[in-house]
Write a protein that binds this ligand. Structure first.
Ligand code: GLN
Length: 273
């Protein structure tokens, strides 16, 4: 099988050409320009078998990131597996907002709840080396991926296992970040996301349960003047603002992603509780 034949096989399976090229780049450890210049290069039998299997898995809807085992997030190449959600570009909005809240030279305690691959925690730690970042996740498999990513990038994030605030008893933070599962349990989009961990996408029901849990637990874990920043679904901003006001937060603000969708809501904690 040549590279051209592999691309033809992709086409027959309905796999996008760019996806097939990306798989070939990873499999052969060659850049796209090399693939284009060597399209008559014969794959070894093992490589041909591997690309056939990768193309079949892609055609069955598996995310590219799982097939190549990594995804880039804010310039960090992160290992991903089916134990974690694939980091989304829109989540960079939450990181940008977090960086605004953290002066570059300030030491501060920061927490990322439900860290998955570690994308948010690691991006913040890399860009704010003086911050002391802690990240929690209920899943041991997810934490193993996040720890591997921290090691790979030499970032000293502290990882703890448990639901939301549970493993952080007695600790208070200057900044709390969370991209919880927020898709409603009956959202038809879940079908297209079936290869990702369902528990990382949806808390079931109306999609608000995890956000509610994080907001309600926040006052006991925030320092006076701390910020709580949350990612949520495009139609959940009003509900999240109400939750924040109900828990005693001041003046919630909602920010929009590049697609113009309400994507993150945050607020400042006025005092200790
Ligand atoms: N934004 C993701 C999606 O719709 C959902 C991520 C999440 O639930 N935190 O694919």
């Amino acid at each position: 099988m040549t590279i051209t034949e592999a691309l033809q096989a992709a086409r027959a399976l309905g796999v996008a050409r760019l996806d097939a090229q990306w798989l070939l780049e990873h499999l052969l450890a060659r850049p796209r320009t090399w693939l284009l210049a060597h399209d008559d290069c014969e794959l070894t039998p093992a490589q041909a078998a591997q690309i056939r299997s990768l193309l079949a898995r892609r055609a069955a809807g598996q995310p590219l990131a799982y097939l190549v085992g990594e995804r880039e997030f804010r310039g960090l190449a992160l290992q991903v597996s089916p134990a974690v959600l694939v980091p989304r570009p829109e989540t960079e909005l939450l990181v940008e907002w977090a960086l605004e809240c953290l002066p570059a030279k300030a030491e501060a305690d920061v927490v990322d709840l439900g860290c998955g691959s570690g994308a948010i925690a690691l991006a913040v730690q890399r860009e704010r080396p003086l911050a002391r970042v802690t990240a929690s996740d209920a899943s041991a498999e997810a934490l193993a991926v996040a720890r591997a990513n921290a090691l790979r990038h030499g970032l000293a994030v502290l990882f703890v296992q448990g639901d939301w605030w549970a493993p952080l008893r007695g600790r208070r933070f200057a900044l709390a970040l969370c991209n919880p599962p927020y898709v409603a349990g009956d959202d038809p989009h879940l079908a297209a996301l079936a290869h990702e961990p369902r528990g990382a996408l949806t808390p079931e029901g109306d999609g608000l349960a995890a956000l509610r849990c994080v907001v309600q637990g926040a006052p006991a874990h925030l320092l006076p003047g701390a910020c709580l920043l949350l990612e949520h679904g495009h139609d959940q901003a009003a509900a999240v603002q109400q939750m924040l006001l109900g828990a005693g937060f001041a003046t919630p603000e909602t920010r929009h992603d590049l697609a113009g969708l309400a994507r993150c809501t945050g607020a400042r904690w006025p005092g200790a509780k």
